[in-house]
Design a protein around this ligand. Structure first.
Ligand code: BGC
Length: 792
């Protein structure tokens, strides 16, 4: 007989063996199961999809949620670890099928992630590159590509898979708070810059998301606004840049926009996301929604908005229920799932890339600095005040943004950089001595002024630091002691808000007063005044530009701001930036001013009020200016402007010669060429612009439209370069709504080559013999009611 203890012990042994055996069995079965389960990348995609449960498919088309400021993570079905803190979102992992979670992060002025992590001594700073508007001002696609490649490298090395950029909306109105994230008022410049940025970022083996598709041209009520736009304006102005970026850059993803277009949310329009994007333009990637965009997840799935970000529980429930009730075919989900899996397959995370978390930040800082110098625009330079090559000159700096320089905008387009160089530090670092009384006055004033500001809300544009007021005597002393005054004007804006007219588009009274005081004191001693505009978008200049001797737009130049400004002021870099938009004389001259930002509507009966402040109120806006956006309007309607599209000065001058242009009727293309010679005394680069004016036919046309551009290499004094342009008929064509096609009407066309949209250096004409349908297009996106539009 066994003793009781022995019996207990032996039954414990038996139990242990049984449990162990069971575990082995389970493990064996699990191993057997995963081996037989189709694995992503190994098995055919259709097998992987066939092995997914309905719930898994739904999990995949909806992101894993997001922690909003002050809140815990939004509850989602299942929870995933935060792979890269501060990234905007992740996709759902399905481990049993070998599907990892991939990471999407903002964009577009650099990678946006959290720079510090709890219990981790390492830092994760990214480079703040110049904003997109500055990049576009360079008119240099190679530069856009180079910046993209540096940015893409940080995306790769920090373990992110897709960068949420570039931003490609059109500068329809100067007050749009996000214009700094976008390139231009012109679709060709915007499209070519976007394509180059995509190529650069993706050269690193990571993806981009061209955004916000389409017509997200204002922040006011951005998530509810219904935009009434003609098909022609959509095609010629708002879609065209995206088309170029998609066809040439081949982005891995496109982000649909928040707004409605002619009554339907962009993310819920199959005709936009499938018909135009995929069928017409051949896009083969994935469409992701903007964060929390749209109001019907089922409609989004049907429309081909494959991935809903950041993802919420109600979205998942709605999709599941729709499939169960037969309102959404599972085949639609399968199609979207397949596109997500194709993206996952391309991602560095799936490929198992061993990211270092150590991108070469010093090298990228140099890229940021040199790009910034190439995109600054010199508006005025009387008596060649600039460059200031004599470092012995004593400078005095006025304006808070000289000391607290705005290097980029706010919101998702902001970057967490390790450091930034203010204009003051850059000029001092270049070797200038700064007048210490004023310098010290600002250094004392700024901390106090910042203390008094209301606490900034996360993401939101911060209230500006008020300008410091100066006594007359202080300015007089400065004028007596310094050789040159620099006055900066700074502007900051970002997501969630448009800019104000008073004191943002126009100068604030205290800014004007400071400028007047300084110019009076300095000019009475025959000393010059230089204004530096540290801005992200257009401001009023006509009312004060006569005061200073020189004006330089530094834009929001990224973290190397001050060094890049110093490079241009000292002449180390000859400014070659040209305006990618028009500076009007008055805001009222802007063609969309009458309509922007639309009207708010009463809440429809039975509909609940918006869920949160950021969702806005129901509203609508009509794009009554139609295709006459920017210079297309000013040039056609003869409205004078302060600085025209394409304008910018250099420290040297250029001659244009031998302009030739020939229309090849059979080939359907225009060939043009021009020789540019540096006729001045300093090395420099010129931006050469080609505009075409179509004849008055059945369709009204703008007086001129940009059809090609190029930037010369750095030309030494006396050196020339011949530039060639090949313009396909499609670029000369107009969109004919009645036949839904791009057409070229016969007649005499004027082709002009210029240093700006106004400074024309050569003109030729050519005759198009026959009416041609250059390209048919799907008849989609029609307005739900007629739109009264402007035409000449
Ligand atoms: C912005 C997008 C951004 C996304 C993720 C949205 O609020 O409109 O541009 O990519 O947030 O941060």
């Amino acid at each position: 007989m066994m003793s009781r203890t022995k019996r207990i012990r032996s039954s414990l042994v038996v139990a242990f063996v049984v449990v162990l055996g069971g575990l082995w069995g389970v493990r064996g079965a699990w191993a057997f199961q995963t081996e037989t389960l189709p694995q992503l990348g190994k098995a055919p995609l259709e097998d992987v999809i066939a092995a997914m449960t309905l719930e898994e498919k739904v999990n995949l088309v909806v992101g894993t949620g997001m922690r909003l400021p002050g809140q815990e993570r939004q509850p989602t079905v299942g929870e995933v670890e935060e792979l890269v803190p501060g990234a905007a979102g992740t996709t759902y992992p399905i481990k049993r099928l070998g599907i990892p979670s991939i990471v999407l992060a903002d964009g577009p002025a650099g990678l946006r992630i959290q720079p510090q992590r709890p219990d981790d001594p390492n830092t994760y700073y990214c480079t703040a590159f110049p904003v997109a508007t500055l990049i576009a001002s360079s008119w240099d696609t190679e530069l856009a590509k180079e910046v993209g490649a540096a940015m893409g490298n940080e995306v790769l090395e920090y373990g992110v898979d897709v960068l949420l950029g570039p931003g490609m909306n059109i500068h329809r109105n100067p007050l749009c708070g996000r214009n700094f994230e976008y390139y231009s008022e012109d679709p060709l410049l915007s499209g070519r810059m976007g394509a180059a940025a995509v190529e650069g970022v993706q050269s690193q083996g990571v993806g981009t998301s061209v955004k916000h598709f389409v017509a997200n041209n204002q922040e006011t009520n951005r998530m509810t606004i219904n935009e009434h736009i003609t098909q022609r304006a959509l095609r010629e102005i708002y879609l065209e840049g995206f088309r170029i970026a998609v066809e040439k850059g081949r982005p891995w993803t496109v982000m649909s926009s928040y707004n409605k277009i002619n009554g339907v949310y962009a993310s819920q329009r199959r005709d936009l996301l499938e018909t135009i994007l995929r069928n017409e333009w051949g896009f083969r990637g994935l469409v992701v929604s903007d964060w929390f965009g749209g109001d019907d997840p089922v409609a989004q799935q049907l429309a081909g908005n494959d991935l809903l970000m950041p993802g919420t529980v109600p979205q998942k429930e709605a999709i599941l229920q729709a499939v169960r009730e037969g309102r959404l075919e599972e085949a639609v989900l399968d199609r979207n799932v397949e596109r997500i899996l194709r993206l996952v397959l391309r991602s560095p995370r799936f490929r198992g890339y061993a990211f270092s978390n150590r991108p070469d930040l010093p090298v990228h800082a140099q890229v940021a600095r040199s790009a910034a110098g190439q995109g600054m625009v010199l508006l005025k330079n009387e008596k060649d005040v600039l460059p200031i090559s004599d470092l012995g000159k004593r400078l005095v700096l006025f304006g808070v943004s000289a000391y607290e320089t705005y290097i980029g905008g706010t919101g998702s387009g902001d970057v967490n950089e390790a450091y930034s160089v203010s204009i003051r530090d850059g000029l001092q670092g270049a070797g200038f001595s700064l007048l210490s009384e004023v310098d010290q006055a600002y250094l004392r004033y700024l901390p106090e002024a910042k203390e008094k500001l209301p606490k900034p809300m996360p993401f939101m544009p911060q209230p500006p630091i008020p300008e410091r007021a100066f006594e007359r005597a202080e300015v007089e002393t400065a004028a007596a002691e310094a050789d040159i005054a620099v006055v900066t004007v700074g502007r900051l804006s970002g997501e969630f808000g448009d800019r104000e007219l008073e004191g943002d588009f126009t100068l604030k009274p205290e800014e004007r007063e400071l400028l007047e005081q300084v110019t009076e004191a300095f000019h009475s001693r025959e000393k010059p005044v230089v204004v530096i505009l540290n801005i992200g978008g257009v401001i009023e200049t006509a009312g004060w530009r006569d005061l200073p001797d020189a004006i330089l737009i530094a834009w929001q130049p990224g973290q190397e701001a001050g060094n890049a400004v110093a490079d241009v002021l000292t002449g180390k870099v000859n400014p070659s930036g040209r305006l990618p938009m028009t500076f009007p004389i008055r805001y009222e001259d802007v063609p969309s001013a009458k309509f922007f930002p639309g009207q708010e509507l009463a809440q429809p009966e039975g509909e609940s009020a918006p869920r949160a402040f950021m969702f806005g109120k129901p509203a609508e806006v009509t794009y009554g200016e139609d295709i006459f956006v920017g210079y297309r309007y000013y040039a056609t309607f003869g409205v004078p402007v302060a600085y025209e599209f394409g304008y910018g000065l250099s420290y040297t001058s250029f001659d244009y010669a031998d302009f030739q242009a020939e229309w090849d009727e059979a080939g359907g293309r225009l060939e043009a060429g021009v020789t540019v010679r540096n006729s001045g005394s300093k090395a420099g680069r010129e931006v050469v612009q080609v505009y075409v004016g179509a004849p008055r036919g059945r369709l009204y046309r703008p007086e001129r439209e940009l059809v090609a551009f190029a930037k010369t290499k750095l030309l030494q004094p006396g050196e020339s370069q011949r530039l060639h342009f090949r313009v396909p008929a499609r670029r000369l064509a107009a969109f004919d709504t009645s036949s839904s096609s791009w057409v070229l009407e016969p007649g005499v066309y004027a082709v002009r080559v210029g240093a700006s949209s106004k400074d024309i250096r050569g003109e030729r004409t050519f005759q198009v013999g026959q009416y041609r349908v250059v390209e048919p297009a799907y008849n989609v996106l029609a307005p739900e009611r007629p739109i009264e539009v402007l035409h000449p």
